[in-house]
Design a protein around this ligand. Structure first.
Ligand code: ZN
Length: 298
């Protein structure tokens, strides 16, 4: 009887010990969680960043509907800029993608999801629909990123760039002046473009040549006198070209023609696409409406 009691106690004790051991094992495996989390992190970073893949990963019905609306809006949404009626946002696909840090097809659910995050951050409704309101908010952001001061450069801030840098090598010396730091940054940027094997540029290429740089307020006034009805940005009263920090760079097509058909050619050239992805590294920011116009903002 006493032996049996002892046995019973031993059995209970064993069960308790086993129980503790099992709990401890659970705790240990729980303690392993951070390790598996680390493994997951490593695997995630090994994979391409989600923004670099076009694989559909977002199947949310809300974004599906947004993507469906974006298909129509991309070509059709009506908006006004520079006193002119505009249609669609397809010319700005690349700039929009850059702003959203998204390389997704602009008509995909993933794009709508990225847009919705940007809308939320910008204090807009997070619908994922790129309607007129969202487009105007995005344009405001792009315009805010441009040169703030448009004071004319003084002679000592300017240098004379060689004819070989220009789209038109016969351009007069007074029209080949560039603000010094801007010129340095421009040369570095062009060297990087030429070194990029993806662009396959040769020394005969016109791409990245300067079409127009510093324009004095006097010269600009002269241009306006010659064509008083031209309301284009090129003849602006307060032009960023006064600073010597704005460069019109050849990106293809008709060099400085704002017609949609011409800009549609320009925004698809490898040169323009390269600038959108790389110019910021060298201190240059775009003017969204003119694919050729870049401003040194550092
Ligand atoms: Zn310009």
């Amino acid at each position: 009887m006493k032996n049996r009691k002892v046995h019973f106690v031993l059995i209970v004790a064993t069960l308790v010990v086993v129980g503790i051991a099992v709990s401890a094992a659970n705790l240990t495996s729980g303690g392993q969680a951070p390790r598996s989390k680390t493994e997951r992190t490593v695997k995630m970073t090994d994979r391409p960043r989600p923004t670099e893949t076009k694989v559909e990963t977002n199947s949310s019905p809300a974004f599906n509907a947004a993507a469906y609306q974006n298909v129509a809006l991309r070509d059709e949404v009506a908006w006004t800029f520079g006193g002119k009626q505009q249609r669609g946002w397809y010319l700005y696909d690349l700039l929009i993608g850059e702003t959203l840090n998204s390389k997704h097809d602009p008509l995909s659910n993933d794009f709508a999801a990225s847009l919705s995050k940007w809308q939320k951050k910008s204090g807009l409704g997070s619908s994922g629909v790129l309607d007129e309101n969202t487009l105007m908010a995005m344009i405001s952001q792009w315009q805010r990123n441009r040169l703030k001061i448009r004071t004319a450069a003084t002679q000592d801030q300017l240098m004379l760039a060689p004819t070989s840098d220009f789209y038109d090598p016969s351009r007069a010396p007074e029209l080949r002046q560039v603000e010094r730091k801007t010129y340095e940054a421009y040369k570095e940027m062009v060297a990087a473009a030429y070194a990029d094997p993806a662009l396959k540029l040769s020394s005969n290429d016109k791409y990245f040549k300067i079409i127009s740089s510093f324009r004095s307020p006097e010269y600009q006034a002269e241009l306006r006198r010659k064509s008083p009805n031209a309301g284009s940005a090129g003849l602006a009263v307060n032009s960023p070209h006064f600073t010597g920090r704005a460069l019109d760079i050849y990106v293809g097509g008709d060099p400085v023609d704002t017609k949609d058909a011409n800009r549609a050619i320009q925004v698809n050239t490898p040169a323009y696409r390269w600038l959108v992805r790389n110019a910021e590294r060298f201190g240059f920011r775009p003017y969204f409406y003119e694919p050729w116009h870049w401003e040194y903002v550092k």
